[in-house]
Design a protein around this ligand. Sequence first.
Ligand code: C2E
Ligand code: MG
Ligand code: MG
Length: 567
Amino acid sequence: MGEKNILGNWHRETADVDLLHEQIMSSLVSRVYDYVILIDINEKNMFVDYDNTGVKWEWTKEFHQYSEARHKMARHYIFSEDKEEYLNNSDVLLIKNKLAKSDEYMFTCRLVDEQGDIHNKLFHHYYLNREKGYVIATMEDKTSLLGRDTLTGEYNHRGFIEAAQQLIRDEQRKEEFAILYINLRGFKAVNDVFGSDGGDRALRRVCRALKRSELRPLLVGRVNADHFACLVDRRCIREDILTNLLHQTYVVNNRSMELFGICGIYLIGADERAGDVGHMCDGARMALHYIEDEYVKPFIYFDEKMRKKYRERTDTLSELKNAMDNGEFKVFYQPVYNVKTKRVASAEALIRWERSNGEMVSPGAFVPVLEDSGRISQMDLFVERSVISFLEERHREGKHIVPVSINMSRMDFYDKKMITAVLQDISNTTVPIDYTRFEVTETAYSSVAETNKSALAEFKNIGIKFYLDDFGSGYSSFSTLRDYDFDVVKLDRGFIQKIGTASKANGIIRSIIEMTHSIGAQVVAEGAETEEQVEFLTTCGCDFIQGFFFSKPLCMEDFEKLLDARA
Ligand code: C2E
Ligand code: MG
Ligand code: MG
C-alpha cells in the first residue's frame, strides 16, 4: 500500500486545482524552470504550465495523456540520436521505480527545431512530493551548455568565449584579432513599443546585420540580452562602416524602428593570443562607458586606464546606494538672472552629494553611474519632490518664490511610474503650475523613442514649461528645435566661453538667439563667468543668464536668503 500511496492519486485527494497549484508552486519556489508539468501517473493526466509563469496552469489541451505527450515529443522535437534514450528514460514505470528509491530523478536530451538543427538542450527532472503524493516533472533549458543562444542561433556568452579562445590561440591563423562589444541603446523601449516579439525579431536582425557586414566577423555572439560580441580581423575595421552599422532602421509590422548601438573595441596584441578572451571582452565592454558622444562617434578603443577607472566607478555605485539611504543627497539652487532687470528670475535645481566626511561631490561624478544602473529616476524624483516641498513651504508662508527648473534624465522617459508620479505631484501641489519646470538635454531628447516623447506632451498639456538644455553641445540641435516646441533654450556653456575668443562664435550666438526668439522661445545663457560675456549677451538680446558671474549654485539656506533679500 505504501508505494501506491507515494505515487498515488493526488488528483482525487486535492480536487481544488488552485490549491494544488499553490502547493506545487511553493515547492518549486527557489527553482526556475522553463516548463513545469504535473503528472498524475495513475490517471494518466497532466497539468502543464508551459512558461512556468505560475499563471497559465491548466489541464493540457494538447496532450491528454502523459504517454501521448512523450511520443509526440519524440516524433517532432527530440534529436534523432537521443530519441531512444528519451523514450526509455521517460517511461512511466521506470519513473515510478526511480522515484520510489529516491525523490529525484533526471536525464538530459537534445531538441531540434523545424530545420532539424539542434536547438535546445533540456534537462528533465522528476520530483516526488512524498507528503502530497504527486510527481512533478520539470524541464530546464540548458541550451547554454551548448554554447548557443536560443533566440538568434548564434553563440551565447560562454560559446563565444570558447570559440574565440580557440581561434586566437590557433597559431596557423594569420589574422590580427580584435573583439567588438556592442550594446544597443534604449532597447527596453523597443520591447515596450513593439512587444517582446518585435524585440526578439530586432535582436535577430541585429545578429544578421553583424554577420553580413563588411567587418566580415569571424564569430558573432549574443552575449547578453541586448549585447553582442564579434571577433574580427582588425584590418577589416573601418570607422565609417562601423558607424553605419551601429545605426540601423528596421521595419517591423509596418512601423519603423531605429536602433542605436555603441561599440567597445579591444585590439588583441600579437603577444596576447594566449590570454583570456573573457577578460578582453570585459575590457571592450568597459570601454563603452567612456564614449563621449554616442551620436557623433559611437565606438571607442579600450585602453588599460579604463579598467582602473571602471573599478572606481563600481565602488561609487555601491557607495551611492548607501548615500541614497542615508539622505546624503542635497538639492542646490543656481539663480538665473533676468538680463534687463538683473534680478533673480528663476533657478535651476542641481543635485549634490554631501558625503559623510563633508566632501561635496558634483553630479558629473555620479549621474552617469546612476543612469547606467537604472537608478537615476529615483534620484530625479527625489529632486522634484524636494523642489516642490521647498516651494510649497515658502508659498504657504507668503514668501517670495521663483520658478525652479528640474533636470530630467533620458531614462526618466522610459520610466512610466516616475512620469506618473511627477504628474501627480504637480497636480497635487498648491504651488502654481508655472513654478515647476523641466530641463531635458538635446542628446536625451533625441535618443528618446517617439512614443516616449508623448510623456513630454502630457506635461505640456497641463501647462508645464520645458527647457532644452545644453543646446549646441550635441549633434541634432536644429532638428530637435524643429520637432518640439520648447519654451526656453539653454545655450551651452561651451558657446558662452568662446565669446570674444573666436570671431565666428559671437556671430553664431547672436543668430541662435535671434532664431530662438523667432520660434517663440526664450534664451538662457549658461555658464557666463566674465563681464565681457554678460555684456555681449546683453547686446544680443539674450533673455536670461545663469553663471558664476552672478552666482554659483547655492545650498537651500543661502538661496532662501537671496530670495528673502529680494522681498
Ligand atoms: P546642467 O543641467 O547643464 O547644469 C548646469 C551646470 O553648469 C551645473 O553643473 C552648474 O553648476 C554649471 N555651471 C553653471 N554656471 C557655471 C559657470 O559659470 N561656470 C562653470 N564652469 N559651470 C557653471 P553641475 O551642478 O555640476 O551639474 C552638471 C550636470 O549634471 C547638469 O548640467 C545636469 O546635466 C546634471 N544634473 C545636475 N543635477 C541633476 C539632477 O537632479 N538630475 C539629473 N538627471 N541630472 C542632473
Ligand atoms: Mg540643466
Ligand atoms: Mg546645461
